[in-house]
Design a protein around this ligand. Structure first.
Ligand code: ASP
Ligand code: MG
Length: 406
């Protein structure tokens, strides 16, 4: 008998019909003898709808109230799934994040899990119940409800798998695994059999939307193997995210991620002195603007340009901060470009073999795609390009690195 933590995403529980289907899958697993803890997301677009509703009331919702509001989406789906399981003749119980013992810090909207008290879940499992946990939420030291950030139910699931010492952690979604690229952009994209934590983390942070990056991080820290598979196609094997990746001789790029839209901010004519970058990026961090790629040019006559990218929703906030700092740091002007995107090539094999960057740049050049910015890690190369060119770039690179061949 094994202990399994499963997670079902929003599209998997989007209707009563789908919730019954999920209940059927869990029931089969339970009847086969496994102990099951199932984490659920909110039904379909519920979270977006709740955000939209709050915006009709105020453009500055109180963070504490916002988190309580958003947490209700997952509570709805968890109770319905528990009812569906009871209807199947199984003993099941739903728990909110707080009832499941998920303690977090008090950073509303993107709280981090501090500790999980598993007592209640252990008691329910010992009583033979299927435990359904509302994803994406926890409780602070002051007993206030917190949420973990968009897509956070994945993180709930992986953290529970670690805390409960589960034998398996399975993330069920509407696609049959992690693909070599987004199949909506590249028809030839194929699901990967497995992928390493590091590679998955790079893909998730550069645009692959299947997995919450923090879930992969937690998985890597606690050594939780994570299977990403389809809720609806039980015949597809899915993708295993784990420590070791199988050798793929001769092809060291494992996947391509992209972001359709990002914005770029350039601060011009900045004096090349110690402390300037800190004076720009500290207030950006304080204003909760999360900055991606940063490039500082080599200085000419002691003046330099500093460029960084942000999510489009953060552009206004970033410009506010930077325009305020401009007189303080003595820069000459601020310019921004909203219509950019990124394409990233990822693979651990790239760390030890030269030539990947050259091949990427040549492929983009052959396709007449201009590179605006470049950033790299050991196992990733990211190019910022025109938003219009992102699709062409992903397709060209998928072909150039022979990802369709397996
Ligand atoms: N319902 C939340 C969201 O849509 C959390 C999740 O789905 O994982 O972001
Ligand atoms: Mg969701």
């Amino acid at each position: 008998m094994s202990r399994i933590v499963q997670k079902y995403g929003g599209s998997s529980v989007a209707s009563a019909e789908k919730i019954k289907h999920v209940a059927g899958r869990i029931a089969a697993r339970r009847r086969a003898g496994d102990d099951v803890v199932a984490v659920v997301s909110a039904m379909g677009d519920t979270t977006d709808d709740l955000i939209e509703l709050a915006q009709q009331i105020t453009s500055h919702p109180v963070a504490r109230e916002m988190d309580v509001l958003l947490s209700t989406g997952e509570i709805v789906s968890s109770t319905l799934l528990s009812m569906a399981l009871n209807e199947e003749g199984l003993d099941a119980i739903s728990l909110t994040g707080a009832q499941a013992g998920i303690h977090t810090d008090e950073v509303y909207g993107r709280a981090r899990i501090a500790e999980i008290e598993t007592g209640r879940m252990e008691r329910e499992l010992a009583a033979g119940r299927v435990v359904i946990v509302a994803g994406f939420q926890g409780i602070s030291e002051n007993f206030d409800v917190t949420t973990l950030g968009r897509g956070g139910s994945d993180t709930t699931a992986v953290a529970l798998a670690a805390a409960l010492h589960a034998d398996a952690c399975e993330i069920y979604t509407d696609v049959p695994g992690i693909f070599t690229a987004d199949p909506r952009v590249v028809p030839q994209a194929r699901p990967l059999k497995d992928i390493g934590y590091e590679e998955m983390l790079e893909l998730a942070t550069t645009g692959a939307r299947v997995m919450h990056a923090r879930a992969v991080e937690v998985g890597a820290i606690y050594g939780v193997d994570i299977l990403v598979a389809s809720t609806f196609d039980a015949s597809a094997p899915g993708t295993l995210i784990h420590k070791e990746t199988t050798m793929e001789q001769g092809n060291k790029v494992r996947g391509i991620a992209h972001q359709d839209r990002i914005a770029k901010v350039t601060v011009r004519g900045v004096p090349d002195q110690p402390g300037i970058a800190a004076r720009i990026f500290e207030p950006l961090a304080a204003a909760n603007v999360s900055v991606d790629t940063i490039v500082q040019n080599a200085s000419v006559e002691n003046l330099t340009d500093l460029t960084f990218t942000v999510a489009p929703g953060d552009l206004e906030g970033a410009l506010d901060v930077v325009n305020k700092m401009l007189p303080v740091i003595g820069g000459s002007s601020v310019v921004s470009a909203p219509d950019l995107g990124t394409v990233s090539v990822v693979g651990t094999g790239m760390a030890s073999a030269p030539g990947y960057a050259a091949r990427m740049f040549k492929t983009l050049f052959d396709n007449k795609i201009n590179i605006e910015m470049i950033s790299t890690s050991d196992i990733r190369i990211t190019c910022v390009v025109d938003a219009d060119k992102v699709g062409d770039a992903v397709r060209a690179l998928h072909a150039a690195f022979e990802l369709d061949r397996g």
